[in-house]
Design a protein around this ligand. Structure first.
Ligand code: PMV
Length: 332
C-alpha cells in the first residue's frame, strides 16, 4: 500500500458538544448539530513504514516539515493504536498533517485534523469501512467533533444513546441550504484551555444542568429551521447556544475565559447589522473567534463590515461544504 492523502473539513456546531459522559471515549452528554465547512480543511498524508514507531510531522506552507510537540505526537500515535486495533494490524506509519487555517484558535482544527487522519489511516491499513464506522473511529481520537467532520452538509452526532450508536449522521446535504460562515479572526494564537479540559470542567458550572434541560427543544427547532431553510429561526438559537457554552465555561471551576475584546466587538457589530436589516448571526466554539452565519446574498456586506473593524485581524470567507476529499495532493 502506497501513500494516502485526505483533506477533511472543519465544522461549526450550531448545537454544541460541551460536557461528556465519558471523556476518554468522547461520548458526549448531549447531541450536537453542525455545519461542515468548505474551505477550512486539514490535509493528512500517511505512508506505511517498514518498521519502527510512527513518525509524525507538521507540514509547513513553504513545503518544509517541522516536528510537533511531544503531546501532539502522542495523541496521533494513540489514535493510530485505536485504528490498528480495529484493523487487527501492527503497521506503523509516517504521517504529515497541515491545516490551511489558524490552528487551535477555536476553529475546530482537531476535528478536521483527526477526521483526516482517521480516513487516511483506514485506507492505508487496506480496510473498507462504512461512513458510520469511520465516524465512530474518528471520535476515538478524543476529539468528539471529528465524528461530524467525516460528512458534508448538516450533521448530527451522536445518532443514538448507546456506544454503538455514537456515530454522526448527515441530516441534509450541502446543496440543501448554501449557508455562509464568515469567520472574524480576532485572535490567532492557540487557545489557553483545551476543549477537553472545558468538557471536563463543564459539569461544575451551576448552569450546566439547566442547559441540558433546554437542549432537546432547541435541537428540534434547529433541525426544523434547517429543513425549512429559515435563518430567522436558526439565527437566534445559534447565538443562545454560543452564549450558553461560554456562560458555562466562565462559570466552571476554575473558570475559563475564551473571549477577547474583539469577540465582544464583533457581537455588537452584528446587532447593529441586524438593525440595519441584514440577517447575520454569531456562533463561537471554544475560542475567541466569531463565526458569522448568513445567506450568500449578505456575505459581501457582512465580510466587508467585519474587515473594517480594528479588532478583527482578518476574515475567512467559508460556507457549507461537501465533506472529505480523497484526491488531494500528497504533502510529501
Ligand atoms: O471535539 P472536541 O473535544 O474538540 O470539542 C468540541 C467542542 C466545541 O467545538 C466547543 C463544540 C462542538 O460541538 O464542536
Amino acid at each position: 500500500m502506497s501513500k494516502v492523502t485526505v483533506d477533511a473539513p472543519a465544522n461549526i456546531a450550531f448545537i454544541k458538544y460541551w460536557g461528556a459522559l465519558d471523556l476518554d471515549r468522547a461520548l458526549p452528554r448531549n447531541r450536537s448539530l453542525s455545519m461542515t465547512l468548505d474551505s477550512c480543511t486539514s490535509r493528512c498524508t500517511i505512508e506505511p513504514l517498514d518498521g519502527g514507531p510512527d513518525e509524525v510531522w507538521l507540514s509547513e506552507s513553504d513545503g518544509g516539515f517541522r516536528a510537533p510537540s511531544a503531546e501532539f505526537v502522542q495523541k496521533v500515535r494513540n489514535h493510530l493504536d485505536h485504528l490498528r486495533q480495529w484493523a487487527g494490524s501492527e503497521q506503523t506509519f509516517r504521517v504529515a498533517t497541515r491545516n490551511n487555517f489558524p490552528t487551535a484558535g477555536g476553529l475546530a482544527s482537531s476535528a478536521s485534523g483527526f477526521a483526516a487522519l482517521t480516513l487516511a489511516a483506514v485506507r492505508a491499513l487496506g480496510k473498507k469501512a462504512s461512513n458510520k464506522e469511520l465516524s465512530s473511529l474518528a471520535r476515538l481520537s478524543g476529539s468528539g467533533s471529528a465524528a461530524r467532520s467525516v460528512f458534508g452538509g448538516y450533521v448530527e452526532w451522536p445518532a443514538g444513546e448507546t456506544d454503538e450508536e455514537a456515530y454522526a449522521v448527515q441530516i441534509a446535504p450541502a446543496e440543501h441550504w448554501e449557508l455562509r460562515d464568515i469567520i472574524a479572526v480576532v485572535e490567532i494564537g492557540p487557545k489557553v484551555v483545551s476543549s477537553r479540559e472545558g468538557h471536563r470542567r463543564a459539569p461544575s458550572s451551576p448552569y450546566y444542568e439547566k442547559r441540558q434541560e433546554l437542549l432537546p427543544a432547541r435541537l428540534e427547532v434547529v433541525r426544523q429551521a434547517i429543513k425549512d431553510r429559515d435563518l430567522s429561526v436558526l439565527g437566534p438559537i445559534l447565538e443562545q447556544e454560543a452564549i450558553d457554552l461560554h456562560l458555562i465555561a466562565m462559570s466552571s471551576e476554575p473558570p475559563i475565559f475564551y473571549w477577547s475584546p474583539g469577540t465582544v466587538d464583533v457581537l455588537k457589530t452584528l446587532r447593529e447589522l441586524r438593525q440595519e436589516g441584514l440577517s447575520a448571526y454569531a456562533t463561537l466554539d471554544a475560542g475567541a473567534n466569531v463565526h458569522v452565519i448568513c445567506d450568500a446574498d449578505s456575505e459581501d456586506d457582512v465580510a466587508e463590515r467585519l474587515e473594517d473593524m480594528a479588532t478583527v485581524g482578518f476574515v475567512i470567507r467559508d460556507g457549507v461544504g461537501e465533506g472529505p476529499d480523497f484526491d488531494a495532493t500528497h504533502l510529501f
